[in-house]
Design a protein around this ligand. Structure first.
Ligand SMILES: Cc1cc2nc3c(=O)[nH]c(=O)nc-3n(C[C@H](O)[C@H](O)[C@H](O)COP(=O)(O)OP(=O)(O)OC[C@H]3O[C@@H](n4cnc5c(N)ncnc54)[C@H](O)[C@@H]3O)c2cc1C
Length: 339
């Protein structure tokens, strides 16, 4: 049996000092970290349990009383509480739906916002210590390149890693453009959500841009533009309890019959939640149509690299984006017609 130290965190700054020492991990809900420790994939010398800190609040500021308007979500908000929050459900349905599509009710009751963002990939070679994996053991090779690639990334992968990011919640957040507040030994800094996760390049062992001594305290989500509609769709092998083959988060505003906002994020496509910025700019100012969205996605996916066993993802991504975006645009058109 492998031994490790366990501490309960007293305050934010001591956690940063503990992380700076090296083989320390923050413990939140434990639903991913503890599983990986049992499998010998994560082998920290020390766990710092942060669940006693006051970071489990969700606060909505409409701006009327001053301060920056938006939603502040503590890193320790449980996934179930986030999905059920009335403000999240009414103003950010994409986030509520994304969270509810992940894991199971029991897991969501334990899992936290911070832990969900930093859960590790479910690539079968990462999860099996008997195989080579550059993400688990840098320099050992990538068994997936000649192995089971059905769920491999189609965008932004490298010759060192073709794993996909597992979090549904992170894909939902990607279209909401939050700011992430982190604490390190040098103090507090803010990171744009788009810059929080990273592509594998030559260092796939690093999932995020957090420094070794940093951890997340909360997220700030700005309000969506007036008239915005948002939703999340996940395509998976089973109706529940399965990670995404592909998923799509979208926010759209349709004014005077054209898209004035189009934000699209893809899950199951890359090493990080993938913002489809090429498709987004193609759609701005366009009249909503299924063929237009498919054409925009074909431009987005022109940069894709596939294997014979994962090339199904290209048409699946395009059609899932098209049905997701058009469901929002059609609802906007129906509402405009009844005004
Ligand atoms: C059977 C099963 C099915 C699942 N299905 C899905 C699914 O379909 N979709 C999906 O999205 N997820 C799924 N999950 C994953 C689940 O959502 C994660 O296990 C959970 O969100 C992790 O949260 P946690 O609080 O338990 O994190 P922990 O396990 O405590 O931590 C996970 C990682 O995050 C780090 N961490 C935690 N908090 C912070 C912080 N504040 N700052 C910096 N680092 C931090 C930890 O150090 C650790 O490295 C599934 C899990 C299981 C076991």
């Amino acid at each position: 049996m492998r031994t490790f130290a366990y501490d309960r965190a007293a305050d934010a700054s001591t956690i940063a000092s503990a992380l700076a020492e090296g083989s320390t991990r923050v413990l939140a809900g434990g639903t991913n970290l503890v599983d990986l420790m049992k499998l010998g994939i994560e082998t920290p010398d020390r766990l710092v349990d942060i669940t006693g800190l006051a970071l489990a609040d969700i606060e909505w500021n409409d701006g009327s009383g001053g301060g920056v308007p938006g939603l502040r979500v503590g890193a320790l908000v449980r996934n179930s509480d986030l999905a059920a929050d009335p403000v999240v459900r009414s103003r950010f349905p994409v986030l509520s739906r994304a969270v509810l599509s992940g894991a199971s009710g029991q897991l969501r009751n334990m899992a936290t916002t911070g832990g969900n963002l930093f859960q590790r990939t479910r690539c079968p070679y990462f999860m099996n210590v008997d195989t080579a994996c550059n993400k688990r053991e840098p320099g050992s090779g990538c068994s997936a390149l000649d192995g089971d690639r059905r769920n491999a990334a189609v965008l932004g992968a490298s010759q060192h890693c073709i794993a996909t990011h597992p979090s549904d919640m992170a894909v939902g957040l990607a279209v909401l453009d939050p700011t992430v507040t982190v604490v390190g030994t040098d103090g507090v800094r803010e990171i744009r959500f788009a810059d929080l996760h990273r592509l594998p390049e030559s260092a796939p062992e690093r999932d995020s841009t957090l420094r070794q001594d940093e951890w997340v305290t909360h997220l700030d989500i700005p309000p969506l533009p007036p008239g915005a509609r948002s939703t999340y769709r996940k395509v998976r092998d089973r109706a529940s309890y399965a990670f995404a083959r592909v998923s799509v988060a979208a926010v759209v505003v349709v004014e005077n019959g054209v898209f004035t906002t189009a934000r699209i994020a893809l899950g199951g496509a890359a090493h990080k939640p993938w913002r489809a910025t090429v498709a987004e700019s193609e759609l701005l100012g366009a009249i909503p149509s299924r063929s237009g969205v498919i054409a925009a996605m074909e431009r987005e996916l022109a940069a894709a690299h596939t294997f014979p066993d994962n090339d199904y993802k290209l048409s699946l991504l395009a059609s899932t984006v098209a049905s997701t975006v058009m469901s929002l645009a059609d609802a906007a058109a129906d509402e405009a017609a009844t005004r």
